[in-house]
Design a protein around this ligand. Structure first.
Ligand code: SAM
Length: 334
């Protein structure tokens, strides 16, 4: 049977397989195929594969199958894995119970099953959970070769952003000064440090910064990472003119912090600006807000910035007709 695969030279086979495993893209139901000097690694989501890898359709055999939750249920289940915590989103208590039981009975590695009990709320972007199995909301999640300890009841973390975070952090060069204004447990800051950057991560949530510091240790980059518990506005004096790269992943209200971003930016700075907008004009409002802030920065005692939009990217759909987008923007001081 033909199935979507990543084709790579055999010599890179293990590295590519590991990269796809870290991104949770391996199709574990199908066997890796080898033909001549090429290896074909079956994948689950061709759209999520990083652009530098080649996706093709190729004949692959079935692996000895594991029991998955879908095999045990009369409906098609939807769930997400954060380490060994399995997250579900079921309003109907009977369906939630059936799904949790099927996850526990399946071969999915699981320590806890959590059902969403509220929207992501408040400044700290945390939600409430109903614990359906296990007794902990804490776990260790692996993503692109990094490990993140995280307590989902106390901090924001979404495994869905893995490919996007990888896209951004792959752009980091050794020696850069990277500043994440809304850093959470460190999934931008830590891979950036692993690529040789000096990374600063700020978060208003003290628990997030406790995890960020512990995760920097866990990933062997504590010396290059500074975690700061603060409203990011309070850090602009200390880090004025500092950043070669800024990450602003607070999509509903990043525009309110663009004045602070302009203070943090150095002479030349790449800004990764996340936004949620209507699909009819997903990038216009963000570009306008950035250009206005770059001009306004020139009205005080600095000359302001020229703005070059380098990438307009739809990260994922967020709600009907709303999309989560990222603008990569170069700021060059005038
Ligand atoms: N970048 C992280 C990630 O990808 O997992 C976390 C992103 S989360 C959407 C936004 C984070 O911003 C939350 O952890 C929240 O606590 C933090 N936050 C909200 N307002 C803030 C502020 N004024 N200053 C610093 N951090 C803030």
């Amino acid at each position: 049977m033909q199935s979507p695969c990543v084709r790579a030279p055999r010599t890179d086979g293990e590295a590519v397989r590991q990269q796809l495993e870290d991104a949770e893209l391996l199709d574990r139901d199908r066997r890796i195929a080898v033909e001549g000097e090429d290896i074909f690694v079956p994948i689950v989501d061709p759209d999520a594969v990083p652009a530098d890898l080649e996706v093709v359709d190729h004949a692959t055999g079935e692996r000895e199958t594991q029991t998955m939750p879908a095999d045990l249920l009369a409906f098609e289940p939807s769930y997400e894995r954060v380490g060994e915590v399995v997250v579900i989103d079921e309003d109907d208590p009977e369906r939630a119970r059936a799904l949790a039981d099927a996850i526990v009975a399946s071969d999915v590695p699981v320590a806890s099953v959590l059902n969403r009990a509220s929207k992501i709320e408040g400044e700290l972007r945390v939600r409430e959970w109903e614990v359906l199995y296990g007794d902990s909301t804490e776990t260790v999640h692996r993503e692109y070769g990094c490990e993140y300890a995280v307590d989902l009841a106390q901090v924001f973390f979404s495994p869905r952003l893995a490919t996007e975070r990888h896209r951004v952090t792959e752009q980091v060069e050794s020696g850069e000064q990277v500043f994440d204004m809304f850093a959470g447990v460190g999934p931008f800051v830590i891979p950036a440090a692993k690529r040789g950057a000096e990374s600063v991560g700020v978060d208003k949530n003290p628990v997030a910064i406790e995890y960020l510091d512990a995760n920097a240790e866990r990933n062997g980059v504590a010396e290059q990472v500074t975690g700061i518990t603060a409203d990011v506005r309070e850090t602009t004096n200390e880090y004025a003119d500092w950043a070669d790269r800024l990450v602003m992943n607070l999509p509903h209200s990043a525009d309110e912090f663009l004045d602070a971003a302009m203070v943090l930016a150095g002479e030349e700075c790449v800004l990764h600006y996340y936004d949620i907008q209507h699909e009819d004009d997903p990038f216009g409002p963000g570009i306008e807000a950035i250009e206005a802030a770059a001009d306004a920065a020139g009205e005080e005692d600095t000359p302001g910035y020229d703005v070059t939009v380098e990438t307009e990217r739809v990260v994922r759909s967020y709600a009907p007709h709303e999309v989560n987008v990222c603008l990569d923007v170069r700021l060059s001081r005038r």
